[in-house]
Design a protein around this ligand. Sequence first.
Ligand code: HEC
Length: 197
Amino acid sequence: MNKVIPHTAAAVLIAGLGLTAAGVAHAQSMKSFGPQWTDKGELVLPSGYHEWIFLGAPLTPHALNDGKAGFPEYHNVYVQPEAFRAYKSTGQWPEGTIMLKELQLTLEGRASDGSRVEPSGRGYFPGARNGIDISVKDSKRFKDTRGWGFFNFGHNAPPYVRTAAAAPKDACAGCHMQNATADMVFSRFYAPILEAR
Ligand code: HEC
């Protein structure tokens, strides 16, 4: 009986991901796909996300926003390899997808627009890590916000808080509902990676 439960769990996971037979062996060996929740229903900050798939890094520096950018950092966006693979084969984000956006300051500028000159040229270069925002696809838990929950783990240098409660709709989901794809992700900014063959 003990062995039945993990196999059932794996089968559900595999069905949910729409994996091919080739992906099954890999899926069985992975244990960390999807979100972890506390007893209170808070999201646990995932570990190891720097080893996930890197989708892109939108950048909204102060110099281009009258010195008042809400998020002057690079917005480095990561997704777990399992969700990435499922998206590439189905065009849909699977249940349990975690989109993780880590903010990363630019290195201190030497010019008034915040840029600096490095051997590669004049521009912006990655500096300190400075916060994390996460969205999670769970259609049951977050049915009021099109199946996605939103979480802020701080807008500050690490260490980040370990768990976070879902943010109110007005704080996050509302803007994604209005401006992102029907599936709540700003996929257009990640298209070069998502659609690469
Ligand atoms: C005013 C609109 C707006 C609000 C409010 C907002 N976002 Fe976003 N979010 C965006 C845009 C635009 C992007 C993609 C480009 C970027 O990062 O600038 C994005 C990207 C993301 C991403 C990366 C995946 C994706 O969908 O592209 C996550 C994760 C995310 N936001 C979480 C949050 C969380 C958590 C909150 C609330 C604390 C929040 N967002 C509030 C506009 C918004």
